[in-house]
Design a protein around this ligand. Structure first.
Ligand code: G4F
Length: 328
């Protein structure tokens, strides 16, 4: 019998890389997709069109996170050994505009899944994709698994709720549940609304003459940016440990938004200063700072280590955008 896994958020960057990893490892994968989602435009589409995989080793279920009855039925039927919960509204800036929907999906969506998990006859291991946003503006650098949560955005607050619920269900009900506290992680599959991809895409578009300028918010904002493919390995490793636990996944190095612009524009033989314009409307009501993660626990317990290099990753993303735009 192949190991069976359920992934919420299978169509996104992390979900698609995780699907590839699990299929490679011989898993049967069940992906939960929002009813309004267009699968044909997702990273999963090529895999799902493969007749060897489709409805044989890769199954898609259309179910919304707030439709708890259908969610329950889907999980009972799938009988997974592992559940990877990656779905939810993940844009921090947007969470200031739609705080209620963000909390419904991110906080209550996770709680709903935990409740279902408690009732499953065959217990499943549960992974929750938590976020460095739970720390807000922390007093200590770098942060580890014991750093107090002190979110400053609706998204960070919803993630803090979900992260703590994972701990509560682990302690009180003996559920196998793990938090991966993920710092920013990027790749050529990153959605264009996040700053790295927005910059890489714009640099390529300006090079090709399709666009003339790029408008950005806080250029001095710093993040601990890693590569999504490294983090997906960590996500899988989290559930291979004997017990559920919390793990920081981070590189321990921080770079600014300006650094991203410098590298991406230089890769296109452009000087970023000639094209990047500051736009006050893209500033957020609150901005976390000092978010740098200490991943010692994941390294020592799980044998995880990030293999990527920041500069190489931004170059790869920019060249990938250049190829995509050139082909249009
Ligand atoms: O790319 P971002 O939108 O990522 P952010 O807000 O750090 O959140 C990401 O990482 C979190 C931690 O892992 C995740 F939980 C979350 O789901 C998401 O994946 O913004 C990065 C920085 C921010 O400081 C933002 O203010 O870039 C700054 N920024 C400046 N101009 C911009 C822009 N961000 C965006 N999206 N767009 C801009 O024009």
């Amino acid at each position: 019998m192949p190991q069976r896994a359920v992934i919420t958020g299978i169509t996104g960057q992390d979900g698609s890389y995780l699907t590839e990893l699990l299929l490679e490892k011989g898993y049967e994968v069940h992906g939960l997709v929002r009813r309004t989602s267009d699968l044909s435009r997702s990273w999963i589409d090529p895999l799902y069109r493969d007749p060897v995989l489709r409805e044989r080793r890769l199954f898609i279920h259309y179910v919304d996170l707030d439709d708890v009855t259908t969610l329950r039925r889907t999980l009972i039927q799938a009988q997974p050994a592992e559940v990877y919960h990656l779905a939810g509204q993940s844009h921090v800036g947007l969470s200031f505009e739609i705080p209620e929907a963000t909390c419904r999906w991110v906080a209550m969506g996770t709680l709903g899944l935990l409740e279902i998990l408690r009732d499953l006859s065959a217990p499943a291991r549960f992974f929750h994709a938590s976020s460095s946003e739970i720390f807000g503006r922390p007093d200590m650098i770098p942060q580890n698994e014991t750093t107090p949560m002190s979110p400053i955005s609706p998204y960070g607050c919803a993630k803090s709720f979900a992260t703590q619920m994972i701990r509560i269900y682990r302690q009180s009900y003996g559920v196998y549940a793990s938090n991966g506290i993920l710092y920013n992680h990027e790749s050529p599959r990153r959605a264009g609304s996040f700053v790295t991809q927005k910059i890489c895409r714009a640099a390529a578009a300006i090079r090709l003459g399709v666009e003339q300028e790029l408008r950005l918010g806080d250029l001095s904002a710093q993040r601990d940016w890693g590569d999504a493919r490294d983090y997906v390995r960590g996500i899988w490793l989290s559930l291979q440990h004997d017990e559920g636990d919390d793990y920081i996944f981070a590189t321990g190095q921080s770079h600014s938004v300006q650094d991203v612009a410098e590298i991406a524009f230089a890769a296109m033989d452009l000087d970023w200063r000639s094209y990047v314009k500051h736009d006050e409307r893209l500033m957020r009501p609150a901005e976390p700072n000092r978010l740098v993660g200490d991943s010692t626990k994941a390294r020592t317990r799980l044998g995880w280590e990030p293999l990527s290099d920041f500069r190489r990753m931004i170059l790869e993303m920019t060249r990938s955008q250049h190829r995509l735009l050139s082909a249009k």
